[in-house]
Design a protein around this ligand. Structure first.
Ligand SMILES: [Zn+2]
Length: 429
């Protein structure tokens, strides 16, 4: 059986943003690629001659596998344990075992690709996880990984008020100061297996004290302690960001930038990053520039819903504005801060923001591939065409009519291998 023939009656084509009727796909089981997509003239004989190399998905809603453009395989829900405690208290073995589970549930939820943006104190072990999956040792999405994120000294790192006692905490980022260190850090990341460079344009730089204590900069007023005791501030000068992007381009490696502030995002977009992550604060000027430069926006609504409750209605409006202006969107929830397997929450929130579901499905497939660097990532996935990876899922209902169907994943194929059939996991023993 060198091939599978997959028959569908409703096939969502994200490039045309419409459903194709009576279409069949032939996939090569050796290469894992799609070899042919064609419209059937007749259904005669399909039901009456079942065969092991024919998959009959008629009656289901078939589409390319989902791409989560912002994940952390080594994190589990912050509701279970805050990030600092995960990094500080959980053993490397526990974190890896959890990641194995995370990858399995993500695949069964229809996610065939993860863009994993930072190993959260596990060095370049995300690259090792990627290789373990691609070598067939464990089931999981295809991973594109960032290894350690880049940030300036004293910023994206675990800190403690007990530092004077020499308390040692695991390193969360690679500290980079000045253009020459930025250049070296990018080279080091790529050598350690990064598919993507991720850096932080801004972050909270003060220690995260709780309850909020007086610490500059804070707004002195009768309402002390201030509502926002530790606001995001810039981590890098423009020339440092410029160098990160310039060096990554030399290696044909895409760059993702965490930006919470408008000024941080503007600097990163000017430097030429591929994607802006979060954009908790954004405005029309920023979105216009992103559209002009083709920068992809990954709004991570699912994490905002949890961590930015107060501003969430405003954040939804911002995303709608980005869509209206024509900014390229990709769907990534910052998954891991909430449970893997619940990734589709990001799609639901984008729909809630007012973005048409056809556009959301396109952002979660083709947009995901673009956020991985398009051709630079080495493979094609996210739509149906000869030469694309055979990443195919089927939903038990039509999400264009009822978005609950996004959670009703009946069939999952990745690289031409079937992992879920009739709603049940297969080949996972
Ligand atoms: Zn993240």
């Amino acid at each position: 059986m060198a091939q599978y023939t997959i028959h569908t009656s409703q096939l969502f084509d994200p490039k045309q943003k419409r459903v194709l009727q009576d279409t069949s796909i032939i996939v090569d089981r050796q290469t894992g690629n799609i070899v042919q997509v064609f419209q059937r003239s007749s259904d005669e004989g399909i039901a009456s001659s079942p065969s092991e190399d024919v998959l009959d998905l008629r009656g289901q809603f078939v589409m390319p596998g989902f791409v989560d453009a912002h994940t952390h395989i080594f994190l589990h829900s912050y509701d279970e344990r805050p990030s600092l405690q995960q990094k500080r208290d959980e053993s490397v073995v526990e974190r890896i075992v959890r990641a194995v589970n995370h990858c399995r549930v993500a695949l069964l939820a229809g996610y065939t690709t993860y863009r994993d943006l930072g190993s959260e104190s596990l060095g370049s072990m995300d690259a090792n996880m990627r290789d373990a999956i691609s070598r067939g040792l464990i089931p999981g999405p295809r991973l594109f990984v960032a290894t350690k994120v880049l940030a300036s000294t004293g910023s994206y790192e675990s800190r403690t008020e007990n530092a004077c006692n020499g308390v040692c905490l695991p390193q969360g980022s690679e500290p980079v100061d000045g253009p020459s260190e930025a250049q070296k850090a990018v080279r080091r990341r790529i050598a350690e297996g990064a598919d993507i460079i991720k850096f932080f344009a801004d972050y909270r730089r003060r220690i995260m004290r709780w309850p909020p204590a007086q610490q500059h900069p804070y707004v002195h007023s009768v309402t002390h302690p201030p509502e926002e005791p530790n606001p995001d501030v810039l981590l890098f000068h423009q020339e440092e960001m410029d160098m990160i992007v310039k060096e990554a381009k030399l290696a044909k490696c895409p760059v993702a930038c965490h930006a919470g502030t408008i000024e941080g995002a503007l600097g990163a977009v000017k430097a030429g990053v591929n994607t802006i992550e979060h954009g908790y604060f954004a405005d029309e000027e920023l979105f216009q520039l992103m559209k002009e430069k083709g920068t992809i926006f990954v709004p991570t609504l699912a994490v905002c819903e949890n961590l930015h409750k107060k501003r969430f209605p405003e954040i939804l409006k911002q995303v709608k504005l980005a869509h209206t202006i024509g900014v390229r969107l990709a769907c990534g929830g910052d998954t891991g801060t909430y449970p893997h397997g619940d990734n589709v929450r990001e799609l639901e929130l984008m729909i809630e923001a007012g973005i048409p579901i056809e556009d959301v499905l396109e952002s979660c497939t083709v947009g995901g591939w673009e956020s991985c660097g398009k051709q630079q990532c080495g493979v094609k996935f996210g739509w149906f065409e000869e030469g694309c990876r055979a990443d195919i899922i089927a939903l038990g209902g039509n999400p264009l009519q009822d978005i609950k169907a996004l959670r009703n994943v009946q069939f999952v194929m990745k690289d031409s291998r079937v992992w879920k059939l009739n709603g049940e996991a297969v080949a996972m023993v």
